[in-house]
Design a protein around this ligand. Structure first.
Ligand code: DAH
Length: 341
């Protein structure tokens, strides 16, 4: 029995040392120290010993058990330490390695210009509206006094969705005037920025998709003088004090009288240069006093209320605001260009 105990002790200690992980170690614990383990089996045979031998063997067996338990604890601590060591190595971050720079984007120049414009109008009590790019021809044309046969309704100019030319990609933000009249209570002061679509080829000044900002005021006693006063203030806030403007007669179906507003060329101060194509002035927007028929179609009495409206091309506004000379730069989104703003 003595030999047996010595053998178990030697075997178990060697096995514990060799265990590679906690599971294996636990299996070994069961193998040697468990209820059906090898040491227990030997102890069960104690009854067969003589009364003199029994205490001696009992003592020996206890020593072996204690030695195995100690070895187990030690081995399991060693394993834990080794696992922790491995994990720390695997998860280590070398803070001395140079980091990868994260390049942060920023606002597109056109949106910078739009934000400035919105701020100016919000400061004057206007509400900013958003509207659908897929629009009904009724809103885009009919209720703006551009009836069947109006040249702008032509298939060669407009993206229609159906044979009957009823649903379309809006060709202007002006339908937002009608939507505002339908949904808001008077008086109304709104600006409505957004995308518009026309069948144009891309060149330095054209794109089949571009952005407009619509503006409209309806109240009692509103006149052309209010239009001029407001738009002159906006031009000065946007382009700097003393910016000169000019209003030229024009025609739009939904305004009467209608005009276009130019600002004096910032490059040559009106003398004429390549930027303004020798004109001295740069066209900024279309505007006018709202046609009484447009008000009537929306159920507003033109004898009581009057209004003015404008529509401007946002890309062109941004070109002027940041003195850029080619529209395509706005759409190409070359970061080397965009980063300059
Ligand atoms: N919708 C016109 C266009 O796309 C621009 C315009 C002109 C808007 C006069 C207006 C306006 O609100 O009063 O050419």
């Amino acid at each position: 029995m003595k030999d047996q105990l010595a053998k178990i002790r030697a075997e178990a200690l060697a096995a514990f040392e060799g265990a590679k992980d906690a599971n294996r170690l636990d299996a070994l614990r069961v193998k040697y120290l468990g209820k059906k383990g090898e040491l227990t089996a030997v102890l069960k045979m104690m009854g067969k010993l003589s009364p003199e031998e029994r205490p001696v063997m009992g003592q020996l067996a206890n020593d072996v058990r204690a030695a195995l338990e100690n070895a187990l604890t030690e081995c399991s601590q060693k394993l834990e330490a080794a696992t922790l060591e491995l994990r720390l190595k695997a998860e280590a971050v070398d803070v001395t390695i140079p980091g990868e720079a994260v390049s942060l984007g920023h606002q597109h120049p056109m949106n910078i210009a739009l934000d400035e414009l919105k701020d100016i109008f919000i400061g004057m009590g206007f509400t900013v509206l958003d509207g659908p790019e897929i629009e009904l021809a009724v809103y885009n044309f009919d209720r703006l006094n551009a009836e069947e046969g109006h040249p702008s309704r032509d298939w060669s100019d407009t993206f229609y969705f159906d044979e009957d030319s009823r649903v379309m990609l809006r060709s202007q933000t002006s339908p937002m005037q009608v939507r505002a009249m339908d949904s808001m209570t008077l008086p109304i002061r709104i600006v409505a920025p957004g995308r518009v679509y026309r069948k144009d080829e891309v060149d330095a000044t054209h794109s089949p998709m571009f952005h407009q900002v619509e503006g409209m005021v309806i109240d009692k006693g509103v006149t052309m003088a209010d239009l001029k006063g407001t738009l002159n203030t906006v031009a000065e806030k946007l382009f700097g004090e003393g910016t000169k403007t000019r209003f030229r007669p024009h025609h739009f179906p939904f305004t009467e009288p209608s005009c276009e507003m130019d600002i004096q060329c910032h490059k040559c101060n009106g003398a004429g240069c390549p930027t303004c194509k020798g004109e001295g002035w740069i066209e900024l927007l279309g505007a006018g006093v709202i046609h009484p028929r447009v008000l009537e179609m929306s159920g507003i009495d033109p004898e009581v209320y009057s209004g003015w409206a404008f529509g401007l091309g946002l890309e062109r506004l941004a070109l002027r605001r940041f003195r850029i000379d080619d529209l395509r730069l706005i759409f190409e989104n070359d970061v080397r260009f965009l980063e300059q703003f």
